[in-house]
Design a binder for this molecule. Structure first.
Ligand SMILES: C[S@@+](CC[C@H](N)C(=O)[O-])C[C@H]1O[C@@H](n2cnc3c(N)ncnc32)[C@H](O)[C@@H]1O
Length: 234
């Protein structure tokens, strides 16, 4: 039997625990140490591709778009975003764990065809939530964030609740969804990957003012687990 090899470990910022990168034959896995489970496996990545394909369908063939990808992982969503958008487009990828960025510069990067090497990619090393924060304003002024993105694609947890880090819970709150909505151009799409469908979260997106569609996609070439993509349009 070929053993699983530990390739690297990383501390998740803010006491989020330990992230581990392992390899078994040709498959890579990024998982949380202990019983908390797997974040990403290179063998099953069809729904991660679908996140980008569905989330960028409205900007197919449109020049000079700007897309934010939250969570680099193994780079599948990033690579699919580059494929789904025009050559004049820009893609920002935010990744909380610095080692994940380093791992993608090594052999792990081969999984998705080394999307970090694409000159259209700009890496934000840090929490994706930082990109939605409104800078402090004078008292009495209304806080608004400038519309910057045509699509925001989020796959940082296993669903709309903190998994990688407890801090991520805030990302799915009404306040945060409102801030994300402000960063989108009119007609822009927020797409969120989830291992399950939570009707309460759909209602939360609608309450924020989004038009919501739910798509179900399979994990692996039309087979395997059913995953949910929330498509929320401004
Ligand atoms: C499930 S993986 C993403 C998989 C990715 N879609 C792919 O195609 O490989 C989640 C990634 O999000 C990162 N992450 C978790 N919380 C984050 C946050 N708040 N901001 C940015 N990245 C985050 C994790 O470190 C991990 O690399």
């Amino acid at each position: 039997m070929i053993p699983r090899i530990l390739l690297g470990t990383a501390s998740i910022p803010n006491n989020g625990g330990e992230l581990r990168l392992t390899q078994h034959e040709d498959d890579f896995s990024i998982h949380l140490k202990g019983v908390r489970g797997e974040l990403m496996n290179s063998r099953k990545h069809c729904s991660e591709l679908a996140l980008a394909e569905l989330g960028c369908a409205h900007i197919q063939g449109v020049e000079k778009t700007r897309v934010l990808v939250g969570g680099l992982g193994m780079g599948f969503t990033l690579a699919a975003t580059l494929k789904a958008t025009a050559i004049s487009s820009q893609v920002v990828v935010a990744e909380l764990v610095p080692e994940v960025i380093e791992w993608n510069k090594g052999p792990l990067g081969e999984c998705a065809g080394r999307p970090l090497d694409d000159t259209r990619v700009q890496v934000h090393p840090g929490d994706v939530a930082e990109l939605f924060k409104v800078k402090s304003v004078k008292p009495g002024q209304v806080k608004t964030k400038q519309a910057t993105y045509d699509a925001v694609l989020l796959d940082v947890d296993n669903g709309p609740e903190g998994f990688t880090s407890a801090d991520n819970n805030n990302l799915y709150s009404i306040e945060s969804l409102q801030a994300i909505r402000q960063t989108l151009h009119p007609g822009g799409v927020l797409a969120i990957w989830s291992a399950w469908h939570d009707p309460k979260f759909t209602r939360q997106l609608k309450k924020t003012g989004f038009k919501v569609e739910i798509k179900t996609v399979r994990a692996h070439k039309g087979k395997g687990s059913r995953h949910t993509i929330y498509l929320a349009t401004k």
